[in-house]
Design a protein around this ligand. Structure first.
Ligand code: HEM
Length: 141
């Protein structure tokens, strides 16, 4: 996984980050209306922003997977009440990348696309799944 490229593209978003968050949640619920009921009725942009924090987490922790693994497992465990599976995490990724790409325009290069896909496919999703499937892994994220 090319974490430098992840960090770089995330930084490039700059002040479009808020727009990214808003578009993400609009698209997420439009595409998967069944998910809406899992969220607070009065949804704050901040609620969704938290969901997207993982990108920043990945960028910050760079290549240190020993650090990121327990956090992602706990994050997965925190999703247990929503009865999600790997397919749902894939849906999240799909919308995330679909909304990120046009925000970055020409800077959404094939290499950036590959880096983000790998971040989700090789790290975020499998580690969250371990938490989702495992026994109680603590409440703190
Ligand atoms: C790779 C995929 C995902 C990541 C990285 C992710 C990340 C997060 C994070 C960081 C939080 C905040 C936890 C907290 O502050 O306590 C959260 C909350 C939540 N997530 Fe996810 N999530 C993912 C997929 C999903 C999916 C597919 C759903 C399905 C609907 C979902 C539903 C929720 C809900 C309902 C909350 C609680 C929101 C609230 O009450 O404010 N997540 N997620």
């Amino acid at each position: 996984m090319n974490t430098e490229l992840i960090e770089e593209t995330w930084q490039l978003l700059g002040d479009r980050r808020e727009q990214f968050v808003e578009e993400f949640y609009q698209r997420f619920f439009e595409r998967f209306p069944g998910y809406r009921k899992l969220f607070p009725r009065k949804l704050q942009v901040a609620d969704i922003e938290k969901m997207l924090f993982t990108a920043a987490l990945l960028a910050d922790l760079a290549d240190d997977r020993t650090d990121i693994a327990p956090r992602l497992r706990k994050l997965g465990a925190a999703h247990k009440p929503f009865a999600l599976d790997g397919h749902d995490l894939g849906n999240f990724k799909e919308v995330f990348l679909e909304v990120l790409a046009p925000q970055l325009g020409a800077q959404w290069t094939p290499a950036a696309e590959k880096a983000w896909n790998e971040a989700f496919d090789d790290v975020v999703i499998p580690m969250m799944r371990r938490g989702l499937n495992g026994v109680a892994a603590g409440k703190h994220l």
